[in-house]
Design a protein around this ligand. Structure first.
Ligand SMILES: [Zn+2]
Length: 350
């Protein structure tokens, strides 16, 4: 099959590699139809990393089942599906409790198996595939990973009806956070440093949009919340923005409120200086949110699929660019240069 392999320089080269075979009787082989580029992938873009050289990456994907293992009865060839790539080792305490997003081996296991979207075929355990209703496109389904990350943040922060919320960063995660907070009955102010994503956020239901390059975010927050600060601030920018966006999220939060860390960052810790006195005196809780798994008895990805199927969230509007797998480097350039390209979700079509 054709696959995009990481080079020593951190970009990609298209090569012919062996098509994966079903390794267990309860696994499934899927033809990838759409794969997405997310912030995590972008942080590794053109960053030399010997551990990744020659590897297939990508963890947001949807496609068609082509073959199932002999023990699989829930799926058959031809089924349209989304693949959940949050896959643990299946035997630690957290996996046993369906909190596999916290599995100590999560990233090794998923990199070896399911997080291989930038290729024509992928294999995974049958229970990780969710069937798509006919009216949901592969493109929309490829965004369910993004929505699930944002939904998990809502679970761990205990968002309530009529809460006042700030979303910091209007990339795909922030746009999903905004929409889900609206579904939950919250009022949302969203910030970014670019106008394009904020215009999209306005269309998707943001009450207030703030460009923090040209506007005073804190003043807008105080106006939005009767001078109180928000109940919950969701930091959805992550990465290199963290030294600015994390303190900003804390400063936007009311006494007794919560700051959720949703945006991802690298193992090198960001140099963040926080107003600890404001945080301690105000008993502001800092709540990390890591990937997604279950909410009670329900898989969070299935919950997002149900919301999407019912028209309560909009994935289509987030897809701004489409490329063939052969043009993956151009796709990454486009996603990275979002201030010029206005990219939100860049999809690879196969
Ligand atoms: Zn585990």
């Amino acid at each position: 099959m054709k696959a995009a392999l990481k080079t020593a320089q951190g970009d990609f080269e298209i090569k012919e590699v062996e098509t994966p075979k079903i390794p267990h009787p309860d696994w499934v082989l899927m033809k990838v139809k759409v794969a997405g580029i997310c912030g995590t992938d972008l942080r590794h873009w053109k960053v030399p990393d010997p551990k990744l050289e020659g590897k297939i990456m990508g963890h947001e994907l949807a496609g068609e089942v082509v073959e199932v293992g002999e023990n699989v009865s829930s799926l058959e060839a031809g089924d349209r599906v989304v693949l959940e790539t949050v896959l643990g080792d299946d035997h630690c305490e957290w996996c046993n409790a369906q909190q596999y997003n916290l599995c100590p081996h999560l990233y090794d296991v998923r990199a070896e198996n399911v997080s291989r979207a930038f290729a024509e075929y992928v294999v995974g355990p049958a229970r990780k595939f969710y069937k798509l209703p006919d009216h949901i496109s592969y493109e929309e389904a490829a965004l369910l990973d993004t929505f699930s990350v944002s939904l998990h943040a809502i679970q761990v922060t205990g968002l309530k009806i009529n809460d006042k919320v700030a979303v910091i960063g209007a990339g795909p995660i922030g746009q999903a956070e905004l929409q889900l907070a609206r579904v939950f009955g919250a009022d949302v102010l969203i910030t970014d440093v670019l106008d394009g994503p904020l215009e999209l956020a306005k269309k998707l239901g943001a009450h207030v949009t703030v460009n923090t390059e040209s506007q005073d975010g804190l003043r807008q927050i105080m106006e939005f919340t009767c001078q109180r600060g928000v109940d919950i601030a969701y930091e959805c920018a992550g990465g290199e923005a963290m030294p600015v966006t994390f303190p900003r999220a804390a400063s936007y939060t009311r006494i007794g409120g919560k700051v959720a860390l949703v945006g991802g960052f690298d193992s090198e810790p960001p140099d963040v200086k926080l107003d600890w006195q404001h945080i301690q005196k105000g008993e502001i809780q800092i709540i990390p949110s890591a990937s997604y798994s279950y909410w009670g008895i329900y898989p969070e990805m299935q919950m997002c699929l149900d919301l999407l199927a019912d028209g309560k969230i909009d994935a289509r509007s987030l897809v701004t660019h489409r490329f063939a797998l052969d043009d993956i480097n151009e796709a990454f350039e486009t996603a990275e240069a979002k201030s010029k390209t206005n990219a939100t979700f860049v999809a690879l079509l196969m």
